[in-house]
Design a protein around this ligand. Structure first.
Ligand code: FAD
Ligand code: AMP
Length: 479
């Protein structure tokens, strides 16, 4: 039996590695168990987010946007580009360099803070202990006063479209395509499907997105979702709603995708097919039945609001537990848990977690959507400001989209902010901060914003809540 730790964490994704660093900073003797190995058998820290998720997808989104901008957008500035060419292997190499830098950065931070990395696959066993099996099959049992499970998630696969990792691929495969497919199919118009579809669409693929639901982005505010659909279709994404994929097979080096719509059965032939139908918690083989851990009805490890499982001193955080599958949500849960272990009174505000879709323009949101407020019977006011009326947006040739602010009808407290437009991810953060401080729309309206900025659109939306916008005609009565 090895030394006893204060905290042992299973998984070094953004939930686990942040928890590990914070725990060590709080003076807790901390170890983190991670199974991910690079091609040379060396442990890779950073999880889905750094290796096959947030960061590589954003690297490719940025590269592909620059390419599309040079090809399609610079003429308006009077700049002509003779011929734009994309070197896909060079684009992938840049992405891989960023991954290497960031995963290496986590390893350096572990070292600096004194976190012990244990290479292998961890399993919670009875008595709140962790059994770790390394790549050679050696087993050790780690003892700890506290265990945090942060094993994350994996892509969902569906029987009609089994992966062959060559023609039918998941999000990880879509980050590794070495040439631009002439015709690309994407199953699922969710966040990942739209982001990866956008990458290859910008680089010249003819992209068809097949989505089973009739509604586009049902979790997004309906007005923003409608605007987003319009913008993405204009960019050339062929998004088919109400299209349920029923079969996919490789025939003569291409994929024949069958799908059903209200009109009947259809077939599309594509060079590659990305299956992006969501992610599921990675809970198999993660704990023994006598460990005290349980799964909820959707397969997530059951936890309460403080991420405590049903086993004493065992916690679970990140994608393996309920709530949005977002890196920052898991990281904050990790910080809350280790602060509580260290005796602090920490808690999470699950009502104030921003989410972003990194299309261009970005789609970002925090708080309630208009449809949710209606369903909850809450009286609300709206303030909307289009980027077409923003001086900065026009100067930057980014006139598409809008900021929408929702505030309580009586208290004026901000209940939600929904944006499609330039730098939406960064703009929404201002609303997150305002909401964390319990601001009213008037508080934002009374704040001075620098001119000219995209942020002024948020200011104007706050002013518009009570009919006081300056740079658009107010339709509602001023209060
Ligand atoms: P993970 O990142 O999945 O990490 C879990 C870790 O645990 C892994 O390293 C795994 O190897 C390890 N592990 C699992 N089981 C064991 C075990 N038994 N023993 C030892 N180790 C184990 N989120 C955002 O917020 N913003 C984005 O822009 C964004 N973009 C994304 C793009 C793509 C293409 C994908 C796939 C995801 C994206 N996400 C994004 C989601 C984000 O990556 C996840 O929400 C986040 O990584 C979850 O963090 P986690 O630490 O809970 O799990
Ligand atoms: P998300 O969970 O946000 O990544 O989105 C995944 C999307 O895939 C959801 O909108 C699902 O409706 C969609 N989806 C799941 N199965 C199918 C299928 N067989 N055909 C088309 N779309 C699907």
């Amino acid at each position: 039996m090895s030394e006893k730790y204060d905290v042992v964490i299973i998984g070094a994704g953004p939930a686990g590695y942040v928890a590990a660093i914070k725990a060590a900073q709080l003076g807790l003797n901390t170890a983190c168990v991670e199974q991910w190995l690079d091609g040379k058998g060396k442990t890779l820290l950073g999880g889905t987010c750094l290796i096959v998720g947030c960061i590589p997808s954003k690297a490719l989104l940025d590269s592909s946007y620059k390419f599309a901008e040079a090809r399609d957008q610079l003429g308006v500035h009077g700049i002509s580009v003779e011929a734009t060419k994309i070197d896909v292997p060079a684009m992938l190499a840049r992405k891989d360099k960023i991954i290497k830098q960031l995963t290496g950065g986590v390893a350096a931070l572990f070292k600096h803070n004194g976190v012990t990395t244990i290479a292998g696959t961890g399993k919670v066993i009875a008595g709140a202990k962790v059994e770790v099996t390394d790549k050679d099959g050696n087993v050790q049992v780690i003892e700890a006063d506290n265990i945090i499970v942060a094993a994350g998630s994996v892509p969902v696969d569906i029987p009609p479209a089994p992966l062959d990792n060559e023609y039918i691929i998941d999000s990880t495969g879509a980050l590794e395509l070495t040439e631009v497919p002439a015709r690309l199919g994407v199953i699922g118009a969710g966040v990942i499907g739209l982001e990866l579809g956008s990458v290859w669409n910008r680089l010249g693929s003819d992209v068809v997105v097949l989505e089973a639901l009739e509604e586009f982005l049902p979790m997004v505010d309906a007005q923003i979702a409608k605007e987003t659909a319009k913008i993405l279709k204009k960019q050339g994404l062929d998004i088919r709603l109400g299209a349920r994929v029923t079969n996919a097979k490789v025939v003569d080096g291409a994929v024949e995708v069958s799908f059903s719509t209200a009109d009947g059965e259809h077939v599309e032939t594509v060079d590659k097919l990305i299956v992006a139908v969501g992610r599921r918690p990675r809970s198999e083989e993660l704990f023994t039945s006598d460990s005290g851990l349980t799964l909820d009805e959707r397969g997530y490890i059951y936890v309460n609001d403080f991420c405590e499982t049903e086993a004493p001193h065992v916690y679970a955080i990140g994608d393996i537990v309920r709530g949005p599958m977002l890196a920052h949500k898991g990281s904050e849960e990790g910080i809350m848990v280790v602060e509580r272990i260290a005796g602090k009174a920490a808690q999470m505000n699950y009502d104030c977690i921003p989410s972003v879709i990194y299309t261009h323009p970005e789609v970002a949101a925090v708080g309630k959507t208009e449809q949710e407020l209606k369903a909850d019977g809450i009286d609300y006011k709206t303030g909307v400001f289009p980027f077409a009326a923003s001086g900065r947006a026009l100067a930057s040739n980014e006139p598409e989209g809008m900021v929408k602010l929702l505030a309580h009808a009586e208290t004026d407290r901000i209940l939600g902010c929904h944006i499609v437009g330039p730098s939406a991810a960064d703009l929404v953060q201002q609303a997150v901060i305002a909401m964390e401080f319990g601001s009213s729309a008037e508080d934002l309206a009374l704040t001075v914003f620098a001119h000219p900025t995209f942020s002024e659109a948020l200011h104007e939306a706050a002013l518009a809540v009570d009919g006081h916008a300056i740079h658009i005609a107010n339709r509602k009565k001023r209060k």
